[in-house]
Structure formats: C-alpha cells, structure tokens
Design a protein around this ligand. Structure first.
Ligand SMILES: Nc1nc2c(ncn2[C@@H]2O[C@H](COP(=O)(O)OP(=O)(O)OP(=O)(O)O)[C@@H](O)[C@H]2O)c(=O)[nH]1
Ligand SMILES: [Zn+2]
Length: 346
C-alpha cells in the first residue's frame, strides 16, 4: 500500500500487540491540542478526538505527546501503557500533575560548553531525566566556543556517573553523528535543559530543517493559514524527537514564580547580573553581590531566597514522586482490566 509506514519506525514494539484492544489500530500522539490529537499512524498523520474514556480529571490519563493510543476511526478509545513518562506539576497548582511526554527511550540533557555553573544544573536535569524511566545522555553544545572541550567533558562526566557525555556543535556539525546514533530508527528522544543552551539549534541540526516548536504560519496564494505543527518529529535517520514547550520548561520549578514575586528585589537585581546563569556567589559582574556590598540589599534576603528556591525544588520532587506512583497504579489497573476481559483483545 502506498504511504504505509512500518509501525516500528514510529517506535511500536511487538510486545504492544497484546495491549491493543480489538478492532482498533495504533497511533502515536504527535500533538495534543485541547481534546484534539494529531497522531502518526501506519498510513500517515491525521487528526483524532478523545473518546470519553480518555477524559481524565487527574491529568495523568490523558494522552501526551509520545503516547500510543488505540484508534477506532476518528476516535482515540484507549491509552496504551507507558514505558516511560515525564511528569510535571501543572503551573500554578501544587498538587495537579501532568504527563508532558511519554515513551521516551533517551533524554538529552542539554547544556552549553560556553556556560558557567554547568555542573549543578546538569545534575538537576539528570535527576529529572532518570525519574522519567528513560536513559539520560548529557549533550554539551557550542563546542566551537570552548577552548578545552576534553577537560570540560571530563569534568561533567565525573559528576554524571554512568551517563555518556557528548560534546557537539550545531554550527560546525561536530559531534552530531554521536547524537544521531542514539536516535536510531524507531527510537524516541527529547531534550531538556535551560533556555539558550542551543536546544532549538540542535533539534534543527538533527532534523536537517527548521522545526517549529508550536505552530507555524503558512503563507500561500489563498492567504494566511495556521497549521498545527507536530511536536513529535521523524528525523532523517529514522529516530523520533519530541520537542514540546512542556519538555523545555522541565526543571524550572513551578513555585519559582511565587518565589520570584516574594523576592522581587533579589530577582530584579539578578536580572542585571552579567551572566544569565549567575549563582550570585563569586561571579564577576554580579549585581546581587554588588547590592549587598554597598548596603542596598540585606544579605538575609539572599539567604531567604535561596532557602525558598530549595524548598520549591523539594516540593516538586515530592509531587513528582506521588504522580509517578499514581501513574504506575493506573497502568496496573489498566492491564488488569485487559486481563479480566480477554475478549476485548480479540
Ligand atoms: N557558536 C555556537 N552557537 C550556537 C550553537 N548552538 C546554538 N548556538 C546559539 O545559541 C543561541 C541559543 O540557541 P537556541 O538554539 O535558540 O537555544 P535554546 O536552548 O533552544 O533556547 P530556548 O529556545 O530559549 O530554549 C543562539 O544564538 C544560537 O545561534 C553552537 O553549536 N555554536
Ligand atoms: Zn549575580
């Protein structure tokens, strides 16, 4: 049949055959847009709607990018068990949780070789990546801007025990083949890391074309059209790359906004530091340190700010742990219900 894709190219594995309810076909979620899905199937990319069974108030049972759903015509009627999931709390709430990406094989923890204060950041993102159930790999970008790449890689590798550390330059293409090798046919990856380290550039370099993260405005003879873009991209080498705003925001703590408001004086000063990732310790051009030095800022304010940030972090890890436990319980119930009704499989 023309246009038919081998499902394994989308990451389907034979063990999933038994998970698929009878009379349905599998689709991989490439985008979620208020109850509407964009799915990749054996015969191309199409729209689907959420069946009633997939409306879930807890948020965890709703399909996320990377999920496999069972399709009956236009309707997604079941969510297949997740092999891995990135869970985060919903912005502004302390207890609600949300899956931002599912069924990832590898998570690229991206940071820049040109940045300061890399180590603690990489550690933080690695913790988030491990907790998803996917395998993390550290990718250090902008190797063309670093004088001693080997030393920087070694320093990070010492801290990231058991995790590969790959230097790359999206500008020169150096090191990209090693990242491509991680994303072989049917393997799904995603990127996490702070803003500005070069995630978009890396994604574009891997795809060999510019990828729009959210939506693209298409200009043609008949005027302007907004086309909903995918957030799960098939790469030229056959791998799949998840690039969603939700993944990008991972590791930024939900309560950070609250902390920023309560400590607006510190936050405003921090915005004037020479380095965007200034830790306000001994960095040159630190506006926070300068304000403490000339008495404009009480050192206690900086201490309090640090404490609150640490607390926000702990809170998030706690909520994440609970959300993951709920997700596991839900999946157990789901597979039990399948076993209890074996006729659903035929
Ligand atoms: N020299 C050099 N510059 C790079 C490289 N990769 C990215 N940059 C530059 O770094 C800046 C940030 O790159 P982005 O790809 O937008 O970073 P990002 O991580 O996607 O940032 P957000 O979209 O904010 O998450 C841009 O000015 C890029 O041109 C690289 O390999 N070498
Ligand atoms: Zn500073």
């Amino acid at each position: 049949m023309p246009g038919v894709t081998d499902l394994s190219a989308l990451g389907w594995t034979p063990d999933r055959d038994a998970e698929l309810p009878s009379g349905t076909e599998p689709g991989r979620v490439a985008r979620v847009d208020r109850g509407r899905l964009r799915v990749l199937t054996a015969d191309g990319d199409r729209a689907a709607f959420l069946g009633t069974a997939l409306h879930d108030d807890s948020g965890l049972g709703t399909p996320a990018v990377g999920d496999w759903v069972a399709l009956r015509d236009e309707l997604a009627v079941a969510l297949l068990p997740r092999r891995s999931a990135f869970v985060r709390t919903t912005a502004g709430r302390t207890s609600a949780a949300q899956v931002v990406a599912a069924n990832l094989d590898v998570v690229l923890v991206v940071d820049s070789l040109s940045a300061e204060a890399r180590l603690r950041r990489v550690e933080r993102y690695l913790a988030v990546a491990w907790s998803s159930g996917a395998t993390p790999v550290v990718v250090l970008t902008k190797s063309d801007l670093c004088d001693d790449v080997a030393a920087a890689v070694e320093q990070v590798a010492e801290d990231a025990l058991g995790v590969d550390v790959l230097p790359v330059s999206s500008l020169t293409g150096e090191g990209l083949d090693a990242v491509r090798a991680l994303l072989g046919p049917g393997r799904t990856g995603a990127m996490v890391g702070p803003s500005g380290v070069g995630k978009s550039s890396l994604a574009n370099a891997l795809a060999g074309r510019p990828l729009a993260a959210t939506r693209e405005i298409r200009e043609d003879g008949r005027g302007r059209h907004t086309t909903t873009a995918r957030e799960l991209h098939v790469l030229p080498g056959g791998g799949l790359l998840v690039d969603t705003p939700g993944m990008r925001e991972l590791g930024l703590y939900d309560d950070e906004e609250g902390v920023a408001t309560a400590y607006a004086d510190v936050t405003d000063l921090a915005g004037e530091c020479r380095f965007r990732d200034c830790e306000h310790r001994t960095e040159p051009g630190c506006a926070v340190a300068a304000a403490i030095d000339d008495g404009r800022l009480d050192p206690g304010r900086l201490l309090g700010w640090r404490k609150l940030q640490a607390e926000a972090h702990r809170q998030l890890l706690r909520v994440d742990a609970r959300a993951r436990a709920e997700e596991h319980a839900r999946m157990r119930r789901f597979s039990k219900s399948l076993k209890a009704q074996p006729n659903r499989l035929r």
